[in-house]
Design a protein around this ligand. Sequence first.
Ligand code: 5AD
Length: 439
Amino acid sequence: MPRIYIETYGCQMNVADSELMFGVLGREGYVRTDDPTQADVLLVNTCAVRDHAEQRVLSRLGELKQYKRPGDVLGVVGCMAQRLGERLLGRVPQVDLVIGPDGYRGLPELIARARGGERAAAVEFKTWEHYEDVPPAREISVLAFVTVQRGCDYRCTFCIVPMTRGPERSRKLGDVVREVERLAAGGTTEVTLLGQTVNSYADDEHDFADLLRAVGAVPGLRRLRFTSPYPTDFTDRVLTAMAQTPVVCEHVHLPVQSGSSRVLKRMLRRYDRARYLDVVAALRRAVPGIALTTDIIVGFPGETEADFRETVSLVEEVGYDDAYTFKYSAREGTPATRIPGAIPNDVAGERLERLIAVVRGMARRKNVGLVGTAHEVLVEGKAKRGDLLQGRTRTNKVALFQGSDAWIGTYRRVRFTGTTGSTFTAWPLEPAGELAVVG
Ligand code: 5AD
C-alpha cells in the first residue's frame, strides 16, 4: 500500500485540511506515515500569511527532496501553493504538484499524473467545495477541529487569505451537526469550530448563534470552542447563544490587529478602537470570567510612534490573557502594499520587542493571580518535557501535573500551584465523587 506523509504549517484550518487530505487519500488505499523517508507521497501543507512562513517552507522543501526516491511524489498544497501556483513549479524543480485549498479532491489524479512524469498545478477556486462527502481521517482523539466555513469575504488590506482561500462559504448547519454527532459518538468531547471569520457563519437559514446552540446540544459534547471570530460579528444573538450554551468555553481569540483607529481604518477593519472595546465589554458581560487573546500587527504602513503607543495602551486596557504579535509582512497583490509610509525594519523590530515585553508582563500578572485557584482540565496527553501530563482549562490555560497515563482523554480537577508566566504547574485534586463514596 502506498504511504503518504503530510507536514502541516500555519493555522488550525490547515491541520483540519491535512486530515481531509488523509481522508481523500485513505479512500484510495493510502496509509499514513510519520516518517518522510518511508513515504511514497510527501506533501507540505503551507501558509502564506507572512513571508517568513513561506521561506521556512522553501528551505524545508530543500530537505524533503532528499527523501524523494525515484517514483516518489513531492507536492506543495495549501495557501502558499494557491498563491504561487505554477511559479512554484518553476522555482523548485523537485516539486511535482501544487494544489490550493479548493483542489484536494483532485489529489489522487494529480499524484497519478506526477507518477507519469507530468508536473501540474491546480489552483481554481470552487465556491461550492465543502468536501462534504469526504470524512476527514482524524487521529482518534478526544479533541476535534470541524471546519464550518471556508474562504473569506472580508478585505483586510494586509491579508493574503482572500486570495488564497477564495470567497466565503458556510456549510449547512445540519451537515455540521451530523459531523459533530458522529465525533461525539466516537468519544470526542471537545470540538473547535473553524472559519476565517467564524462568527459570520451563515447558511441559507441559520446564523452563528443557531450553530452554537445546535452543536452545543449534541449529546456527549462537553466543550465547544470556535476560532477565529471577527469582532463586529459578535451580534447580540451570538452573545446570548454563548451565554446560554453551557458547553461553550470561556475563551475567545479576538484579533484586534492595532489599537489605533487611524491604522484600523487603513487596515479596512470594520471597527475603531472604541467599537472594539465595546465588543470586549459585551463579551465580558455575556460570559463572566472569559479569557481573551488576540493577534496584533506592528509596523503597518504609516504606523507612527503615537499609533503604536495606542496599541500598547489598548493591550493594557483590555488586559489580554495572551497575544500573538507579528511584524507586518508585505504580501504581493494585497492593497496594503500600495499604502505609503513603509516602516523601516529596525523600527518595526523595536516596536515588536517593546510590545512583546508588555504582553509578557500582562500575561504573567494575570496568571500569577490565578495561582491557588482550581480548574477542570481536559488531559490532552503527555507534556513535551518531563514525566508530566498536560491539560487545558476551559479558559485555554495549559497546566502540567503528575498523574497516570490512564487519565489522558479524561477531565480532572487540578489546583494551580505555580506559573512560568504563560503555563501552570498544578496539583490534581481528588474527584469529589470518589471521596463521597467512602464509608
Ligand atoms: N503581516 C503580518 N501579520 C499578518 N497577519 C495576517 N496578515 C499579515 C501580514 N501581512 C496576522 C494577523 C492575523 C494572523 C493570523 O496573522 O494578525 O490575525
